[in-house]
Design a protein around this ligand. Structure first.
Ligand code: NOJ
Ligand code: CA
Length: 691
C-alpha cells in the first residue's frame, strides 16, 4: 500500500468538502427555484393584473388594478382530514396560459348577449415528499378575477375530506364593507355597513369600497358538490378575510371523490358601484347550458295567494280563513288574465300545513285540501291563459321531501304546471345539516334536475345563494335568499336603505324573488280584519317605502319570475298598476345610470321583445333630486316617458301613497329627466318610441 502524506490527505478532504458544499448548494438552489415562482396574467384591457406566487413552496396570489393593490399576497390551499395538508412544500410542475373570447346568448336575463373574454393561467403543483398534486386555475376578466382549485386523482387517495379551505383575501385597508352575518342557514338579514375590521363572519357577496374609484365584491361562482363559502376575519389582521366553509354535522366541510374541482372564488372589481352591477363575470365562470329542451322555461310576472297569509288575513291550512280555496283561486285567475299577468302562485293548496314549523313538517305534495278543487282550478286557469305556480314547502324536512320528489313533480307535469316555488323554512332534517352545506347544495341541485325532467322551473325560497348556476340550468330561474317583502308583514320590516344596498350585494349574485309591489303600504284595508286575527303588536307593521318606490323595484331588482305581491283587490282600478302591467321581466340590456351604495341607485333596462326602455330609481330615507341622463337610449329615436313618481308631499313614513303620473314627450338619447325622490321614495319610468 502506497503511503500518502498527511498533507495530501488534508488537501483531498478539503476538496471533497468543497465539492460537497457546492453540490449541496446547487441542489438547494434548484429545489429553491422550483419552490419559488411568479406567474402573471392581465385582464384583456390590461387594467387588472393577477399574480400567482410560490414562496418557499407556499401557493399564494395577489390582484392589482394599475398601481392599486386590490388583494395583497394571500394564501391558497387546503387542510384535510387524514391527508397531508396542501399548503406548502410544493414545487411548480408547469404553468400554462390561455385566452378566451366568445359571446353567448342567455335564454332569459338582464342581458341578452354576454361577452366572455378572459386570460387564463393554469398552475400545476406537486409536493414530492407527500406525492400530492394540486392545480389552480385563474381567469382574469376586465371586471375581476376568478380562481378555483382542482385536486387530480392521487396515487394513494380516491377521496378527500376537506377540513378547511385556506383561501385568503388580504385587503390593503380597513375598507367600508356591506355584509350580512355568516349564518349557515339563512341570508335573510339586513346589511351592516361597517369598516372591514368589524366583520366577524359574513355570507357572500360581501362588497367593499376600497377607494373612490375602486369597488370590490367577493363571492363565488358555480357552487356544485361543495359547501357554501362564508368569509371570516383573520383575527391577527384587521384587513384580512379568509374562506370559511359551512360544515357537515361531523365538522367536515366537503367530502368529495377525486378528481374534484372547487367552485370559483370571485373578486369583482369596478371603478363605480354600478360597474359591479353591470359585471357578468359570475355567469361567465359557469358552464354553458346543459338542458336540451328550454321550451317550457318562460320568464313571467305573477300574482299570488300569498300576502294574505303573511299579513294574517288568510291561513295556509284549511279553515274559515283559508286562502287557497277554489273560489279565491278563480278570482285571482280572473285578475291575472285581465291584467297581463301570466302567472299565479297558490300557497296552502296541499294537505299538511298544520305541521309546518312544528319541528316535524309532514306535507303531502299530491293531496289538495278539500276546498281546493285542483282539477277545476287548472282547467279554469288554462282557459284564461294563466300559468299556475305550484308550491312545495318542505319546512326543512328533506328526507320527507326527497321521498315524494318524483311523484310531486310528476303531479305538476300531469296538470300542465310548469313552475313551482319550493321552500325550506324551518330547522333542517336530518339534524345538524345546514341549508348552505354541501349536502344541501346537492339536494337543491337534485331538485333542479328533477324539475327539468318534468318541465318545471324553480323559484327556491330559503335556498342556497345564487352562483350563476342559471347559465347551466336555466330552469333554476329565481330564488329568495334575501330579506324580502314578507318581513314587512310580521317584523319591524325592511328600512328604506335596504333597497339601495341589495343591488350592490345580494343581487350581484343573481336574480332575487324579493316580491315587490305592495300598494297598501300601511296594510290599512286589512286592519279591521287583522285586529281579530293577529296580535296587536303586529298591527304596527307596515311597508317602509312610498308607493312609487314599490314600482321602481320592478326594474331595480331583477327576477325572471317577478311577483306583484299585494292582494289583488288593492290593485283593482289603481292607475299605478298600469306600470306593473307594462314592465317586462326579460331584458335586452341593462345599464346603471347612477348609484351610491346604501344611498340611491338608478337602473335602466331595455325590453328584450320591444324597443321600450324602463328605468327604476330608488333612494334611502333621504329625499333627493336626480338628473337621469338618458345616454343609453337608441340614437335617432324619439321617446315618450311615462313617469310614475312620488307625490309632492310624499314621504315613506308620513305620506307613503301619494304619487303622480307625468308624461314627457320627445326624449332622445342624451336627454335628461329630472326626478324628485321623496324620503324612502322612488320613480319608475316607461319610455316608448314615438310613432
Ligand atoms: C317563507 C317564504 O319566504 C314565504 O314566501 C312563504 O310564503 C312561506 N315560507 C311559507 O312557505
Ligand atoms: Ca323566506
Amino acid at each position: 500500500m502506497k503511503f500518502v502524506p498527511s498533507t495530501r490527505i488534508q488537501t483531498i478532504a478539503k476538496h471533497a468538502a468543497l465539492l460537497f458544499i457546492a453540490l449541496f448548494h446547487l441542489t438547494a438552489l434548484t429545489m429553491c427555484s422550483k419552490q419559488n415562482a411568479r406567474h402573471t396574467i392581465q385582464s384583456p384591457d390590461g387594467r387588472l393584473t393577477a399574480n400567482f406566487l410560490l414562496k418557499s413552496g407556499e401557493p399564494m396570489y395577489m390582484l392589482n388594478k394599475g398601481n392599486q393593490t386590490v388583494i395583497d399576497t394571500s394564501h391558497l390551499g387546503y387542510k384535510f382530514n387524514s391527508l397531508p395538508a396542501m399548503d406548502g412544500n410544493f414545487e411548480l410542475v408547469e404553468a400554462t396560459t390561455d385566452s378566451h373570447d366568445e359571446t353567448w346568448t342567455q335564454p332569459w336575463g338582464e342581458e341578452k348577449d354576454i361577452r366572455n373574454n378572459y386570460n387564463q393561467l393554469k398552475v400545476q403543483l406537486h409536493n414530492p415528499a407527500e406525492n400530492v398534486h394540486l392545480n389552480l386555475y385563474f381567469r382574469i376578466f376586465n371586471d375581476g378575477l376568478g380562481f378555483r382549485y382542482e385536486i387530480p386523482q392521487l396515487a394513494s387517495y380516491n377521496q378527500v375530506e376537506i377540513a378547511s379551505e385556506l383561501t385568503g383575501f388580504n385587503f390593503t385597508g380597513n375598507h367600508l364593507s356591506w355584509w350580512i352575518p355568516g349564518d349557515p342557514d339563512s341570508y335573510e338579514y339586513l346589511y351592516h355597513e361597517t369598516p372591514l375590521s368589524k366583520i366577524d363572519s359574513a355570507n357572500t357577496p360581501v362588497t367593499f369600497k376600497a377607494d373612490d374609484n375602486l369597488y370590490v365584491s367577493i363571492h363565488e361562482a358555480a357552487l356544485t358538490n361543495y359547501a357554501g363559502m362564508r368569509l371570516r376575519r383573520n383575527e391577527q389582521d384587521k384587513n384580512a378575510l379568509k374562506s370559511d366553509l359551512v360544515p357537515w354535522p361531523d365538522g367536515i366541510k366537503v367530502k368529495a371523490d377525486l378528481p374534484m374541482q372547487s367552485p370559483w372564488r370571485t373578486i369583482q372589481v369596478a371603478e363605480t358601484p354600478g360597474g359591479l352591477i353591470e359585471s357578468n363575470m359570475i355567469l361567465n365562470l359557469n358552464e354553458p347550458n346543459k338542458l336540451d329542451d328550454l321550451s317550457y322555461i318562460k320568464p313571467m310576472k305573477y300574482v299570488g295567494i300569498w300576502w294574505g297569509m303573511h299579513i294574517g288575513v288568510n291561513t295556509w291550512h284549511a279553515g274559515p280563513h283559508h286562502g287557497a280555496t277554489t273560489e279565491n283561486a278563480k278570482r285571482y285567475v280572473d285578475f291575472a288574465s285581465q291584467h297581463n299577468i301570466p302567472g299565479l302562485l297558490v300557497e296552502g293548496w296541499n294537505k299538511g300545513w298544520k305541521s309546518w314549523l312544528s319541528g316535524n313538517n309532514e306535507q303531502d305534495y299530491t293531496q289538495p285540501y278539500d276546498d281546493f278543487n285542483i282539477q277545476e282550478v287548472t282547467r279554469y286557469a288554462k282557459e284564461k291563459n294563466v300559468g299556475l305556480i305550484g308550491h312545495h314547502e318542505t319546512g326543512g324536512n328533506i328526507p320527507m321531501y326527497e321521498k315524494q320528489l318524483e311523484e310531486a313533480f310528476q303531479y305538476l307535469e300531469d296538470r300542465g304546471i310548469h313552475a313551482v316555488k319550493t321552500g325550506y323554512a324551518g330547522e333542517m332534517k336530518p339534524e345538524g345539516m345546514h341549508h348552505h352545506g354541501q349536502w344541501m347544495v346537492n339536494h337543491y341541485r337534485r331538485v333542479v334536475k328533477t324539475a327539468h325532467r318534468h318541465k318545471v322551473v324553480i323559484d327556491a325560497h330559503e335556498p342556497i345563494k345564487p352562483t350563476g348556476i342559471r347559465r347551466t340550468y336555466p330552469n333554476m330561474m329565481t330564488r329568495e335568499g334575501i330579506r324580502g317583502m314578507e318581513y314587512n308583514a310580521w317584523s319591524k320590516g325592511n328600512p328604506p336603505s335596504h333597497h339601495t344596498i341589495l343591488p350592490f350585494t345580494r343581487l350581484l349574485a343573481g336574480p332575487a324573488d324579493y316580491t315587490p309591489g305592495v300598494f297598501d303600504v300601511l296594510l290599512q284595508q286589512q286592519h279591521d280584519k287583522r285586529k281579530k286575527l293577529v296580535s296587536d303588536k303586529n298591527l304596527e307593521n307596515r311597508v317602509h317605502t312610498t308607493l312609487a318606490k314599490q314600482l321602481a323595484l320592478f326594474v331595480v331588482f331583477y327576477s325572471p319570475l317577478q311577483m306583484a305581491s299585494d292582494l289583488v283587490e288593492n290593485y283593482e282600478s289603481h292607475p299605478a298598476f298600469k306600470f306593473i302591467e307594462d314592465v317586462p321581466v326579460d331584458w335586452q340590456t341593462t345599464r346603471v345610470v347612477n348609484g351610491e351604495i346604501g344611498q340611491y341607485v338608478t337602473i335602466a333596462r331595455k325590453d328584450r321583445h320591444s324597443e321600450e326602455w324602463y328605468i327604476g330609481s330608488v333612494t334611502n330615507k333621504k329625499k333627493r333630486t336626480l338628473n337621469l341622463s338618458c345616454s343609453f337610449l337608441d340614437s335617432g329615436k324619439h321617446y315618450t316617458a311615462e313617469v310614475y313618481k312620488d307625490g309632492k308631499t310624499a314621504h315613506w313614513k308620513k305620506n307613503p301613497t301619494s304619487y303622480a303620473i307625468d308624461t314627457i314627450e320627445d326624449i332622445r338619447k342624451g336627454s335628461e329627466i329630472a326626478v324628485k325622490l321623496a324620503g324612502g321614495g322612488g320613480a319608475a319610468i316607461r319610455l316608448y318610441p314615438e310613432e
